[in-house]
Design a protein around this ligand. Structure first.
Ligand SMILES: CC(=O)SCCNC(=O)CCNC(=O)[C@H](O)C(C)(C)COP(=O)(O)OP(=O)(O)OC[C@H]1O[C@@H](n2cnc3c(N)ncnc32)[C@H](O)[C@@H]1OP(=O)(O)O
Length: 404
């Protein structure tokens, strides 16, 4: 701790207004008010505040969630959010104290994995979070583009309905689909109000959400009005597109692409969105990649066996973890038939890496072979990095469709 006057504790109901104010000032935002939907997902016993004497100066919270990991499995994760320190109190170790408290708490009987979305790219590696555990694709495509001849569009009816009508169906579909998609998260009841918050201030000048249901999926989008004397050129901003079948995916994309009066579709999608291979002219799909989920392996021996792996491997990993030293040292990582066993060993290392590199690779997003080229992974026994890279990869790119 940089200053002996600092203290940290979990919050109670009476702390909430100040908690909101500190957050808002730190994020250069307006306090969201006592009616904020977000307050309903906040777990007070997992929300910490740092005080300088009696002044609250820092906040951070953990949300209890399940994350889908390779092998159609879910793993308990601590979803870290609202890390904030009041301007004027920064660079004195307040965020470090919050990170330490959260990760020690998870190590001590909590989740073996922590995740977050980073506001800035240079903050979280020092705490052992691995970047690009999932990649986000900021995608824009013109409407009215035909599909490639081989793409079948069914005659299933797509209905635009009210939010009230859509929600029960969406909850059910989402809960089935998220269990099959690596990087997707479970939702609690109020997540829906936060994720699809639709107050005027949430809309950023766009319309309210539109909800379109297909028997096997749904799409939620807003419209940004645009145009001139030559006619309307509205933009469709897709919030989420969730489908149980590839057919629903093609049908719902076609529904959006055929929307009269609209000229483009914008979507924060997965890097491997199949639409690239569905449209007639893939070059017209403009994409920009950015980091999405950051993953922190809290306990190597508890976390790695939670997922399945693509191939057998037997390697000794030397892990460096300065922030959570219980992970440091050598681990034998053995996969047989997709299942991993992780045990302490004194055997010489085949591969050394820092804990953040392991977090980046955990969901099958960043490749260990690329991290090796980036000097983040070192190979001591030839062939082991490639073997591990293949074992960690999954059939699809991991993707996290929601910011928490
Ligand atoms: C998951 C989320 O909630 S993401 C949101 C993060 N929050 C924000 O972006 C809100 C605005 N920013 C802030 O509130 C603060 O600047 C925070 C929370 C990012 C950092 O808080 P601080 O108390 O200043 O961090 P702390 O003093 O513990 O810094 C620890 C280290 O991180 C570095 N660091 C902290 N913030 C940043 C930053 N924004 N960019 C680069 N380095 C940073 C510090 O220099 C220090 O480095 P060192 O260990 O080499 O000395």
């Amino acid at each position: 701790m940089a200053d002996s006057a600092l203290s940290i504790r979990t919050i109670d109901r009476s702390d909430v207004p100040e908690f909101q104010r500190v957050m808002a000032w730190a994020f250069l935002d307006e306090p969201s008010g006592e009616d904020s939907k977000w307050l309903k997902v906040l777990e007070h016993d997992r929300a910490h505040a740092v005080f300088d004497r009696d002044e609250m100066i820092g906040t951070a919270a953990v949300l209890t969630r399940e994350l889908t990991v390779p092998g159609d499995r879910t793993a308990p994760v601590g979803a870290v959010t609202v890390v904030s320190v009041k301007p004027g109190h920064r660079r004195r170790g307040v965020a470090t104290l919050l990170m330490e408290t959260q990760l020690h708490g998870m190590h001590d009987g909590g989740e073996p994995i922590a995740i977050l979305w980073a506001s800035e790219g240079s903050i979280y590696r020092r705490y052992g979070y691995g970047e690009y555990a999932t990649t986000m694709s900021k995608m824009k495509l013109p409407t009215h583009m035909p599909f490639h001849a081989g793409v079948h569009v069914s005659d299933m009816r797509i209905r635009q309905v009210t939010r009230e009508e859509a929600l029960p169906f969406m909850r059910e579909v989402h809960d089935r689909v998220r269990r099959t998609r690596v990087g997707w998260l479970s939702r609690v009841e109020h997540t829906w109000d936060v994720h699809l918050g639709d107050r005027e201030v949430d809309r950023g000048g766009l319309t309210a959400y539109r909800y379109a249901l297909h028997p096997e999926g749904y799409v939620v989008f807003r419209v940004k009005h645009d145009g001139d004397s030559t006619g309307p050129r509205h933009e469709l901003h897709v919030r989420e597109l969730v489908c149980e079948t590839d057919q629903a995916y093609a049908d719902l994309y076609r529904f959006l692409l055929d929307m009269d009066l609209a000229s483009s579709i914008s979507f924060f999608s997965s890097w491997d969105d199949p639409v690239l291979h569905m449209v007639d002219n893939p070059r017209k799909v403009v994409r920009e990649a950015s980091d999405a989920l950051w993953v922190r392996i809290v306990d190597v021996d508890r976390a790695l066996p939670l997922r399945r792996y693509s191939s057998d491997v037997d390697s000794v990993l030397e892990v460096e973890d300065r922030f959570c030293p219980w992970n440091s040292g050598r681990w034998r990582f053995t996969v047989r038939g997709g299942e991993a066993v992780v045990t302490r060993t004194e055997d010489p290392a085949d591969v050394s890496l820092d804990i953040a590199a392991l977090g980046s690779a955990f969901l099958g997003g960043a490749r260990l072979s690329v991290l090796k080229r980036a000097h983040r992974v070192a190979e001591h026994t030839p062939g082991h990095v490639d073997a591990l890279t293949i074992a960690f990869l999954g059939a699809r790119e991991p993707h996290c469709p929601e910011v928490f």
